[in-house]
Design a protein around this ligand. Structure first.
Ligand SMILES: [Zn+2]
Length: 351
């Protein structure tokens, strides 16, 4: 009997070891961002082991990362309901539910999930992540007196603006959205949550970041009320024009600047900067090492250059190139003429 029990224990140990290593493998694939493989491997396993919380969690998270929020919800909810030990699984499931509900525009459910995750306080990273999202999504008590105004394509949040100004502010942005998306033809997963701050200091204190910025994955913009109409919304809209495999700062920021709807004379500003600093610019350096250069010159230069690309190659080719924003892919899409355009552009700005 003892022998049988012992071999049974060894066997069940092997089975659970097998399961654990399978779960570990799935998380390794998850960490490599191959969410499609995670889903295709985890689904058949779940069919034979429907109550397995690890499998439910990894599936829910993989679907969320892929942007399939509706598909993610049942797996995450199952994990929350059935994790009777309130382990880190429940915490992560609640955090991811917070994201899914936000993206599905179920704002109350999103807030509840994030708060429950924060109250649970079971895993530091999950708690911090939920807290950061609750700040970003406008659920923190700091936003209690903000005014929310919904339009066709936005859900605006105003820190402090009077009714007449709000009418003007929102209609100008709706118009800009239509113009900008007339170019990109994107389908966004939800309205843009557009947070309009009066105080840059408040934003810095609450969000720990300088205004303005966008989080395209969440369709979120945080902006100061005086910032340009189009820059941040272009980041969000352009993110959904097609699947983007490679963003570069030079092209991504250049695109947002090009569509910012300000009437800055960028050519003059760039030429002035070059002569003041006595530093002629080489486009390919800025393109390859965008992170290295200051906003002051990189934004204006890249905005001018993106306009040059669109004027020379047209919208369709530009959008094809936008998926992979490197010089190498640019050569593939635009051909050798790209080098001529760069040369002529450099002559125009450096002399
Ligand atoms: Zn930007």
């Amino acid at each position: 009997m003892r022998k049988i029990l012992a071999s049974f224990l060894i066997l069940s140990g092997l089975i659970s070891f097998g399961q654990n290593s399978t779960i570990e493998d799935l998380w390794m694939i998850y960490d490599s961002h191959d969410f499609k493989s995670v889903i295709s491997k985890a689904k058949p396993l779940l069919e034979n082991d429907t109550n397995n919380l690890d499998l439910n969690l990894v599936l829910g998270r993989a679907y969320t990362e892929q942007g399939d929020f509706t598909d993610a919800v049942p797996y995450l909810e199952f994990t929350v309901k059935n994790d009777i030990y309130n382990s880190s699984r429940k915490a992560w499931a609640l955090g991811y539910l917070g994201t899914c509900y936000f993206m599905l525009q179920k704002y109350d459910d999103s807030e509840k999930s994030l708060n429950e995750c924060i109250r649970l306080n079971s895993t530091k990273n999950a708690t911090n992540n939920a807290y950061a999202n609750s700040l970003l999504f406008g659920f923190h008590e700091f936003y209690e007196n903000w005014e929310i105004v919904e339009t066709d394509n936005f859900r605006f949040h105003f820190q402090n603006m009077n009714a007449a100004e709000i009418v003007k502010y929102t209609s100008v942005r709706e118009q800009a959205y239509k113009e900008i998306n007339g170019f990109f033809k994107s389908t966004l997963p939800k309205k843009i949550d557009f947070y309009v701050w009066n105080s840059k200091d408040d934003a810095k204190r609450i969000l720990g970041a300088d205004l303005g910025f966008s989080k395209p994955n969440f369709c979120i913009v945080h902006t100061h009320y005086q910032q340009t109409i189009g820059h941040e919304m272009t980041h969000v809209i352009s993110n959904y024009t097609s699947e983007i495999t490679n963003k570069t700062r030079f092209i991504n920021e250049g695109t947002a600047v090009c569509f910012d709807q300000s009437n800055q004379d960028r050519l003059k500003l760039v030429k002035d900067w070059i002569s003041t600093n006595n530093k002629p610019v080489a486009v390919k350096d800025y393109w390859a090492m965008g992170e290295k250069y200051a906003e002051e010159i990189l934004y204006r230069l890249s905005g001018l250059f993106v306009k040059e690309l669109i004027d020379n190659f047209g919208k369709d080719k530009f959008l094809e190139f936008f998926k992979n924003q490197t010089y190498e892919y640019g050569k593939f899409v635009f051909g050798d003429k790209l080098d001529t355009v760069i040369q002529e552009f450099e002559i125009k700005i450096n002399t």
